[in-house]
Design a protein around this ligand. Structure first.
Ligand SMILES: NC(=O)c1ccc[n+]([C@@H]2O[C@H](COP(=O)([O-])OP(=O)(O)OC[C@H]3O[C@@H](n4cnc5c(N)ncnc54)[C@H](O)[C@@H]3O)[C@@H](O)[C@H]2O)c1
Length: 246
């Protein structure tokens, strides 16, 4: 279901995009405008966070390992660089990669005093918390709700939100119901489809059928009071034929 368009294009992008920023603001009361916000991972979640941070006036930096996604972010007008470069200049770091130790010891070592780090991707493994604890000479829990301060040798402080767990769930309320409805509808209808078609299915991973995706999208549009056009018979014929040139 995560690969279904009616899930990742909406829940991951708009849901995580909004609720992650919400978590950061609730935890820190930080002004996003003018800050260098480093978004690790330019997948659906990362794109959502980056777009919202930019909309709020941040200078957004993206880090990636996938060349196509990095290029896309660059052509979206975002700054793309390595985490090693970004670590030195970022004010707020948000990891959304599904990967481990995206913020590692070498990055923590060069961060600015007052840098805020958090994760909205995969569990609490995206930031190397063991290294953070080892580097720290002082650890202060809950300097604000959901904020722990780590003082490193030399006096620099790094602020960790939500213990490195998903910040939108730790410090905010997760996604609004009005985007989770699509994910849950897709799950429910895909499950119904699997049960109804059990006699023809073999044990493997299936994509959510496009009929289910279209149904969910149509229901959501209807709930928003939006109507769209339909193809005329002539348009259907035109689009499916090769008879006409330019
Ligand atoms: N916070 C939430 O509520 C929430 C909601 C949905 C998904 N997620 C999680 O967010 C994560 C991302 O989801 P997605 O849909 O954007 O996935 P995605 O696969 O579309 O994007 C992940 C991106 O991270 C990049 N990446 C991987 N390792 C990297 C590294 N070391 N440095 C920089 N970039 C790296 C990948 O190349 C990819 O472009 C997943 O772990 C997912 O489970 C969280």
């Amino acid at each position: 279901v995560n690969d279904a368009a009616t899930k990742h294009l909406f829940d991951n992008r708009y849901g995580t995009g909004q609720s992650t920023i919400d978590g950061v603001i609730r935890a820190t009361d930080m002004l996003i405008a003018g800050k260098r916000v480093v978004v690790a991972g330019s997948g659906w979640c990362g794109k959502g966070v980056a777009a919202r941070a930019r909309g709020m006036g941040a200078k957004v930096i993206v880090t990636e390992v996938d060349a196509v996604r990095a290029l896309e972010a660059a052509m979206d007008g975002l700054e793309v660089m390595t985490m090693k470069e970004a670590a030195k200049i970022g004010d707020l770091f948000i990891t959304l990669t599904g990967d481990m130790h995206v913020i590692a010891k070498e990055h923590l070592q060069v961060m600015k005093n007052g840098a805020v780090i958090c994760n909205s991707g995969h569990f609490d493994i995206e930031i190397d918390l063991k290294s953070l604890k080892k580097l720290a000479v002082k650890e202060e829990k809950n300097v604000r709700n959901f904020v722990d301060a780590y003082t490193l040798r030399g006096g620099r402080k790094i602020y960790l939100l939500g213990e490195g767990r998903l910040v939108n769930l730790a410090a905010a309320e997760g996604h609004p119901a009005s985007v989770m409805d699509m994910s849950f509808a897709t799950q429910a209808l895909a499950s119904e489809w699997a049960v109804k078609n059990q006699n023809t299915l073999t044990p493997k991973v299936y994509e959510v059928p496009s009929a289910v995706e279209n149904w969910v999208a149509k229901l959501k549009l209807a709930s928003m009071g939006i109507r769209i056009d339909s193809l005329t018979k002539d348009q259907e014929k035109y689009l499916s034929s090769w008879a006409h040139g330019t």
